[in-house]
Every structure is written in C-alpha cells, then in structure tokens.
Design a protein around this ligand. Sequence first.
Ligand code: AHR
Length: 500
Amino acid sequence: MAKLYVNAKNKKGKINKEIYGHFSEHLGRCIYEGIYVGENSNIPNVNGMRTDVVEALKEMKVPVLRWPGGCFADEYHWKDGIGQKETRKKMINTHWGGVVEDNSFGTHEFFELCSQLGCETYINGNVGSGTVQEMSEWVEYMTFNGLSPMTEERRKNGRDEPWTVNFFGVGNENWGCGGNMRPEHYANEYRRYQTYVRVYDPKKPIYKVACGANVDDYHWTEMVLETCSDYMGRKPYDFMNGLSLHYYTVPGTWDKKGSATEFDEKEYYVTLKRTLRMEELINGHGAIMDKYDPDKKIGLIIDEWGNWFDVEPGTNPGFLYQQNTMRDAIVAAINLNLFNKHCDRVKMANIAQMVNVLQSVILTEGEKMIKTPTYHVFNMYKHHQDAELVDSVIDTEEIGIDRDNMVPNLNESVSMAEDGILNITITNLSVTDSYPVEAVILEKDFTETFAELLTGNMKDHNTFDQPDAVRTEKFDKVSVDGNTLKFTIPPCSVIHISVK
Ligand code: AHR
C-alpha cells in the first residue's frame, strides 16, 4: 500500500502557468503544415492557422509559445518575414533538412497564432548571426506605439497597435548552434544585446531570458552569472529575468537514439531513469543560481525538454518527426510533476515541440490530426496552471529490470487552485504492476472527487487510423473514507484526481 500525504494548508508557492509552455520552431512540419497552412488551403483554417489544431490546443490551454527557434532563431532575420508574402525573401533552412523557407509565417502570423490560442508570447532573438540593431529594431517593431521608422513599417504592413512580447530570449544555445561561444564571451554579448531590448510600455515589461546551459554544463551557468556581476555592484538579476536550460531525454546515444515505438522494457526504464535526471539538473543549476541570486529573482527557464528519438522510418532526418507512446506520457507526467515541485526556481518550461517535431502534443498528416498521449497529460495537468503547490509526499519503492536503471514506482505533485479545488496528479512508472494507494488529505474538508486516467501498454500510441487508441477516461474507482481516498493505480498510467 503506497501512502500519499497531502497537507492542504502547507502552500509552497505558485506554479506558474508558463511551466506548461510550448515551443514552435521553423523545423520540419511544425509551423508549415502542422500549424500554418495558409489562407488558400483546403484544410479549414482561420487566417491560415488550421482550425483543428488551434481548437485542440485551446482545449489543452497553451499558456505561452516560444518562436521562431531553436537553432533557427540565430539564423532568422525577422525583416525577411514581414510585408507582402509574394515578395518575402526565401532562404535555405540549413539546420533543418535544407528545405526552402519562404518566410510566409513571420512576425504578424506568430502574433495572429498566439491571439487565436489566447496565449502569451515568447520571442527568441538572433545573437549568433544577427546584430544588436536588428534585435533592437525587432523589439521596436513589435512593441513601440509612437512614431518611428519601425512602427511606420508595422502600420504599413497592416498592424496599427503594438503587440505584447511577454518573454524575449537573447540568443539560443549560443554555446553550440547559436555561435559556438564561450560562456564569458556570450555573457558579455548578452549584456550588450539585452540593453537594447527596450521596454517601451512600463505596464508591459519584457521578461528577458539569457541563454543557459546544455544539460550539466555547470561551468556555463557559473560563468554567465559571474560575468553578469560586476565592479559597479550590479548583479545578474539587474540584467536578466530568466536563465535557460536545455535537457532532452535520449535513451540511446546521439547517433542511435532509439525508436519512438519499438523498444523493450529495459529501454523503457532507461528512458525514465534519464528523464528523472531533470531533478539533479534543476538542483545543480539551482545551487549555482542560489549563490548569485539567493532571493530567487531569476527564473530557471527550461525552454527545451522532452524525448528525442530516431525519426520515423522514411521521413526526412532533418524534420525530427517521431511518434508518441504511453512512454512519452509517463515522461511528460514525471517532468511536469518535477517542475511543479520546483516552482520556486522553475518559472517556465517549453516542451519541444508543439506539433510534428520531437515530443509533440499533436501530429498531423494532410488534413488529419491526432492528439498524442503527451497531449492528454498536458490536458489533465492544466489544472495546475497558476495554482499553489501544496505539500505532498508519497511512499515509493525502486523498480526496474537492471541495477543501473532503477526508478521510483510512483511520482506525484499536488496543487490548490484559486477556487480551493485540490488537484492531485500521480504517475505509475511500472510497466507491469498496479499499486493500491491511500491518499490522506490533511487540512481540507471535501465532499466531491473527480478522477480521470490515462493508461495503456508502454508502446501504445494513436495513429491516423486509430486516433483514440490512447485517451483519457473517467476513473470511478476512487473510494472515500473520511479524509482518505483509496484507489489502485494501474501499470503505466497517469491519474488526475480533483478534490472539492
Ligand atoms: O528542438 C530541436 C533543437 O534542439 C533546437 O533547435 C535546438 O535549440 C536544440 O538543440
């Protein structure tokens, strides 16, 4: 019997809704086909954005969307993506499949998409191959309301009012595809570039994100923060609001990552073990951040995370298209529980990527669309957005099939929404075993519970022929005994219980 203790009175901080953020890059069929089909497409769309995808994403609640990359961001010149579509400059997308990028989806289209989704905007600027002037003019074009060459241009292109840029990334992976810089060099560039990310409307501050580390590159974190502290007494938080971290879960090696759908139990547990490393990384980078920023003013922004497998056989290797199984659902649930529990430092996270790329919530094929198991996890977990993290602890035991890759059997997080509803999410990592759970709810009276469950075999996934093979179902096997909930959590599953 696994005991879960929840102390509803012990609130541990706000779970920023942005932890449930997404990422859309000009990569493969994410933007083009996956989201944007153009006004003249036969696929139903509103101003070029496919209606089925937008509707599904709205239901799941996308709080914030990062764009245009990724590695693409440091090669993107925003002026190529404004004005008449027919005359927009074409470019080769060198990073991603060498295909022609016709720039028909640019700044105006991104804001149109975010307005349809009702989400915040996270723009990633170009440090690697762009200039300070280019970045500064982009911010002016998007957010200034007065008279200037950039605002005139914007108005000429049909947009009178400025938009809201909520988050702005100053470069992406500048230790790699964003310019192969050393941390000190990047940090100096960061200081310079961010100076010109002007806030034109004090009521709409722009949250500036500096490029952070790859996985466990603690030296990068240390040097960026050190370089952003200076003899004038300025601290890193005088220059940045957030520092990013990228960590992908790869069960194999970068050359042979492993298939998204064909894997055995051993590989399943290796995947979970590797994804659980996220906690070590949050703690490791967090400890360095604590040294420079003890009051936790700077958010850790995990703006790329998720499973990275080999591409589906027969698809363009540069398009990073992969299927999504119950294993992905478990990985999503584990990470989201972790982010919730570390919401004192983790202020935003953006799964890579929203449609048709890596661990997507949506896959499309022509006019068909499916929701993946990862979608269903985000949909169940949406109740945690902007809720208060509540103290919880669950009994666990180590499971697995080889000594080096043992994982805890259960993983949970609990929050309280503004209306007082308690939302509990628990994942059972075991492929084979179910576990009886007793959840003791302290410091809360309740009369009603509602539960939903996502479960299946580890390789189960949705296809365009069987779009609902994996889906969330109402779970009516929770019994209530005083302040205790009793139920059995099936193998390889994610459960959401709300307590009213
Ligand atoms: O998400 C795919 C790529 O992974 C991104 O473009 C890059 O930032 C990272 O290496």
